[in-house]
Design a protein around this ligand. Structure first.
Ligand code: FES
Length: 198
């Protein structure tokens, strides 16, 4: 885990990066959804990882998960905790997405299936659950919720980093703003709802 010395500044950068995904030489934010980048957490049965909302979330851990990812390639890692199973995938358009691999149905391990669907799919073999690779939303089977997201960044040197998490079906921007609000209550951030981190 490396670190940015100022968590607030780091979050501001990430929120900024969210709207600048075309700046390929800067931070390329991935996370799917409507295009945001954020921070949060996930918990299994509740659909969110266990640190979500905890004071620890304010630590904004960062983890280098790969020196480089090729298109279609996935990498497994543990994040945000050492027992939290997660995966990052680089899509055909170079977007990098990240998710918890703990199925929201009965917690089986979710797999990356590059050749399923139009651009690949996240698939749970236990009861044939499936999830959209760009959003984590349920596309088939019994899972009751989408997969919690891991917020990913691809840096200029090609390295891929996990920088935060978001609840199932929570927008990346909302998660980032919420995280920022936890770190600096009362902080005004123009790009966040209500001009703050809440
Ligand atoms: S545990 Fe994944 S579909 Fe049942």
């Amino acid at each position: 885990m490396t670190g940015t010395t100022d968590p607030e500044e780091a979050l501001r950068d990430r929120i900024s990066a969210d709207s600048l995904t075309s700046r390929r030489d800067y931070l390329r934010v991935m996370t799917t959804v409507s295009g945001g980048l954020l921070v949060g957490s996930v918990a299994v049965s509740a659909g969110v990882l266990h640190r979500h909302g905890d004071a620890e979330a304010a630590e904004v851990p960062e983890l280098r998960v790969a020196d480089r990812l090729a298109r279609g390639q996935a990498v497994l890692f543990n994040y945000p905790g050492e027992h939290d199973r997660a995966m990052a995938v680089k899509l055909a358009d170079d977007t990098v997405v990240g998710y918890s691999t703990v199925c929201t149905h009965l917690a089986c391990g979710v797999l990356w299936k590059e050749h399923r669907g139009e651009e690949g799919e996240l698939y749970c073999p236990c009861h044939e659950g499936s999830f959209d690779i760009r959003t984590g939303a349920v596309t088939g089977g019994p899972p009751p919720r989408g997969l919690p997201k891991v917020l990913m960044v691809e840096r200029a040197d090609g390295s891929v980093w996990a920088v935060g998490t978001a609840f199932s079906d929570e927008s990346v921007r909302h998660a980032a703003c919420r995280q920022l609000g936890a770190i600096r209550p009362g902080t005004t951030v123009p790009s966040c709802p209500s001009g703050g981190g809440n």
